[in-house]
Design a protein around this ligand. Structure first.
Ligand code: SF4
Length: 242
């Protein structure tokens, strides 16, 4: 089955998955303290992982997925996250202790200077390494964003050639993996919107720069003292100001 046909045949599971995630986020939001936040993120990752495992069993990849530890071409791309993912990543960084936090702070500041104001296409051209990459591996792997979980490729050479390429290189990917995590991200944004919380997608580096100014980003976000608006993806910000 070709990827296009596969996408068409499995289209209904994405919205169903998003609906379930939306309900979980909307239910959790009113009393989202630290334990409930961690439980919610664990639930969302678990739901996505289970859905993907079921799809893999039913309709496995036709080509072996080439992704493995130490291969990080896709960690040089523009990353968009919901506020929930940004907070989750921050909590994972903080849990690693003050030394790791200081190192991330320095890398985020450095990357932010290079990335500020650049749209997705230009950022991909720059191929800046994600400030969370350490020795070629994601330092917050268990808390990595949905888009990072969905990224995959069956051709590492195509990934290599595509990094920083202006014209882009088509990648053979396992569409279920991308669809599942995209649906979870959409559902999370819908759940936030349902509770009156700004669900706009944020650029990861800019969001981390803002969150790093707070000792307790979750509480600050919940009480309104942490404002992610300046980290909105440029495309979203342009729409809002049009
Ligand atoms: S968050 Fe982790 S997986 Fe995602 S781009 Fe950064 S280093 Fe890579």
């Amino acid at each position: 089955m070709g990827e296009a046909k596969r996408k068409q045949q499995n289209a209904p599971y994405g919205p169903a998955l998003a609906t379930g995630v939306r309900a979980a986020v909307a239910k959790a939001m009113p009393a989202l303290d630290s334990p409930r936040f961690d439980a919610l993120m664990g639930q969302l990752f678990g739901v996505a992982d289970s859905a993907l495992a079921a799809l893999v069993a039913k309709d496995p990849p036709r080509r072996t997925i080439a992704c493995k530890a130490g291969c990080a071409y896709c960690c040089h791309l523009y990353v968009q996250v919901t506020p929930l993912e940004a907070i989750g990543v921050m909590r994972a960084i903080q849990a690693q202790g003050p030394e790791a936090l200081a190192a991330v702070r320095a890398r985020v500041a450095d990357t932010f200077v290079k990335a500020e104001g650049k749209d997705a296409a230009y950022r991909n051209l720059l191929a800046l390494p994600c400030p969370l990459l350490v020795d070629g591996q994601c330092s917050v792997y268990a808390a990595r964003p949905f888009v990072c979980r969905g990224a995959n490729s069956a051709d590492v050479d195509a990934c290599r050639r595509g990094m920083g390429s202006a014209s882009g290189v088509p990648l053979p990917t396992f569409v279920h993996q991308r669809t599942v995590y995209a649906a979870v991200g959409q559902g999370a944004a819908q759940g936030l919107r349902e509770r009156g919380v700004d669900p706009d997608l944020l650029e990861l580096v800019a969001a981390l720069k803002i969150a790093l100014d707070h000792d307790d980003p979750l509480t600050a976000w919940r009480n309104g003292t942490l404002n992610f608006t300046p980290a909105r993806c440029i495309e979203v910000a342009k729409q809002r100001s049009a």
